[in-house]
Design a protein around this ligand. Sequence first.
Ligand code: GLC
Length: 518
Amino acid sequence: MSPWWRHAVIYQVYVRSFADSDGDGIGDLAGVRSRLPYLRDLGVDALWLNPFYPSPQADAGYDVADYRDVDPRFGTLAEAEALIADAHAYGLRLIFDLVPNHTSDEHPWFRAALAAPPGSRERARYLFRDGRGSLPPNNWASAFGGRAWSQVADGQWYLHLFAPQQPDLDWTNDEVRAEFRSILRFWFDRGVDGFRIDVAHGLAKDPAMTDLGAGQATSGPAVEGHPHWDLDEVHDVYRDWRRISDGYPGDRTFVGEVWVADPARLARYLRPDELHTAFNFTFLLAPWNAKALREAIDESIRAMTAVGAPATWVLSNHDVVRHVTRYGGGATGARRARAAALLMLSLPGGAYVYQGEELGLPEVTDLPAELRQDPTFFRTQGADPGRDGCRVPLPWSGTAPPYGFGPGKAWLPQPPSWSELTVDRQTGDPASMVSLYREALRHRAALPALTEGPMTWLPTAADVLAFERAPGFFCVVNAGEHPAAPPAAVRGARLLLASDPLGSDGTLPPDTAAWYLE
Ligand code: GLC
């Protein structure tokens, strides 16, 4: 049996928006614990939790002040340990989020760096530099808008590729490397099954800190030759970490958040002695179009196979517009999202489900400015609405906000239309999104064809995707505007599941996917 992470379905829990146990309007670990039965019944294999460590929350927890504890908003260390035990008792693995590119500006190391003089050991853990006259050391930009440098009282500048409250660490520094080895061990010793590595392509920087050239952006997938994304030196860090994870029993795993444009560059992070898997943003970014999806699938599988890594598939996360909305919104977006779920969950390798996609939640696009919290919104003066719209708390039950999210008012308002989308409302309705996910995951767990083995494309019309997975499984997706008959090879097979009703003659209406078994 191959290790679990090669074909797992991993559910992303955005802790602050999942379930609130204490009524402060912010989700917490006790909330996650209370909803483990829901996740088990949904049929996922593992959970990835976004950061819950002590943090001033300048970037929703991606500004970590203490890597070995839990923020009081989210619980306690004992609560995290109880969550690990409970999840394991339910047969669910747990992946935590590791943020190695930067700390919070309230991390003791950064406070010490500010108190210490230029050239000190304390400053050497970060990237402090002298400016060019009154200008910053170079033209690097923050991924959240504005420049990537802030000046401190004595005139030096420090680098922050994200918010000023997220100073970048210097990964050539031995103390930094030793500290993260120790953090990994801290959580592995407590039974954590793996880590999602935040900004995994960002740790190494061009030592000369050359200016960004024309066409070299900070946001968006990195292209080759960039001075701070995807440098070769970053791979040493992962080789080091792999030796640590391999030293633990039970197939511990790393999944990298690696935003690079070229799947072949991505695959370099997944060589046998580096990370185990990475998010497939090529697939996520592909539009709802058979040709684009097919190319993304082929390219990904080709690149991963070359290094012996499994592919992964993802449609949404806490940083991007929810795919119901990306695929056109409204009834069309929801239909396409249903079809996309069947496509994703039958491709070879692992898959990620972002909380709420199993309910068909759309992006919330009309959040009032005064309630928004994403630094992207503020640093671009609202030109970029930011990521709050995909982070709105989950609707569980009832007909009015906060829809069972917790006893108090949720930290972001949920739209009135979500009364139709609660877990309770959808459970037991065979036509609902959550029923589709449950059914798909149940079949996936039971069918030997739906693990890691290869896929074979079947000939189809241009806007239809059809493939076979041995033994005897077929998936057909009609991404076009007209009804389509399944290819001949599928016709003798039994219909297992369809994202929407098929025609009486078995044709697939537009934006429909179906699974068949021989
Ligand atoms: C990653 C996270 C994102 C965060 C950023 C900085 O992209 O997914 O939410 O803002 O890193 O840590």
